[in-house]
Design a protein around this ligand. Structure first.
Ligand SMILES: [Zn+2]
Length: 308
């Protein structure tokens, strides 16, 4: 892997180091729309599987190399052979390895997740968290209850001073992300790792339990909170195969894509990806900012009207 990165002039950090565990190499995440500024995409040397802690993208070496090189599956395999990057398995027909990719997963087999032992959650909503949500223009009590949020203080350890935001699949909590409330953390959103999750975060759409057959696809949970029922979030600007399968499973017929104003190209890419899968796909662009902060009351009313 190092030979390959050296050959391509890609900078990397070898673990153990800041943000990079032992047995891993970190590179700046190559996925479009990821806000990684420094080597948060970790590659496990033994398996060559990668996971980005900023955007949550994960997968095998073929997927990573395809993103770096913008090349075909065959070309990526060629590179892997040339640099002797070890055995790599062909992706499953649906393109992923998560439990959802199998298509007919028995939901009783999916484990309900609890918050990890080292992450101590507080009872109720502390004042600091309430203040944070108010400041962002939300009704704290309503959001807290509806989305089953939780809070951490310094006792949250790796998730300290955060709002924990659970993801549900068939009413079971299966993973979570978290939002820093201090605005001092380098990672605004920090997710539970795929290994600790019952279902990886990029296999799901945040807020899908409140969606019908018309949806607005947004980037983050706060965009979902702002728009309300019918909005679901990718957690990045790109959509995985598993997330596309979720739309199909949900019986979605109409998709409106509403990404942040700096993601015009990604929104267009997403539209191409969904054409042929979803009968109606339309991009709605933001002049500035993101849906969570920049939508007016009139905008929100209009968007909710689209979902009726
Ligand atoms: Zn990333």
């Amino acid at each position: 892997m190092i030979d390959y990165f050296d050959d391509r002039g890609i900078k990397y950090t070898v673990g153990p180091a800041k943000n990079v565990a032992k047995g891993r190499i970190g590179i700046k995440c190559p996925f479009a729309g990821c806000q990684d500024r420094s080597n948060h995409c970790g590659i496990e040397l033994s398996t060559l599987r990668f996971h980005c802690f900023v955007c949550g993208e994960s997968g095998d070496a073929v997927k990573l190399i395809r993103e770096i090189e913008e090349c075909s599956f065959k070309e990526a395999k060629g590179i892997i052979r040339r640099f002797n990057l070890g055995a790599v398995t062909r992706p499953t027909p649906t393109g992923g390895s998560s439990p959802l990719s199998a298509g007919e997963v028995d939901s009783t087999q999916i484990k309900t997740l609890s918050y990890p032992k080292d992450v101590v959650t507080l009872k109720g909503m502390p004042k600091s968290h309430r203040r944070y949500l108010s400041k962002r223009g939300f009704d704290p009590s309503y959001i807290w209850k509806k989305y089953k949020l939780a809070a951490t203080s310094h006792l949250g350890h790796r998730f300290k001073y955060r709002i924990l935001i659970p993801y549900f699949y068939k009413r079971k909590m299966v993973t979570f992300t978290s939002r820093d409330i201090t605005d001092k953390s380098e990672l605004k959103y920090q997710h539970l790792s795929d290994e600790e999750s019952s279902i990886p975060i990029k296999s799901l759409l945040y807020g899908e339990e409140f969606c019908g057959d018309k949806v607005i696809i947004v980037e983050g949970p706060m965009d979902v909170w702002r728009i309300g029922d019918g909005a679901c979030a990718l957690m990045t600007t790109s959509m995985t195969n598993d997330q596309m399968l979720r739309l199909i499973d949900m019986g979605v017929m109409m998709v409106y894509i509403l990404l942040d104003s700096d993601a015009v190209l990604q929104a267009r890419r997403l539209k191409f990806q969904l054409r042929g899968i979803i009968p109606y796909v339309e991009v709605i662009s933001m002049d500035r900012g993101d849906p969570a902060d920049s939508l007016t009351r009139t905008n929100i009313k209009f968007l909710r009207g689209l979902l009726k």
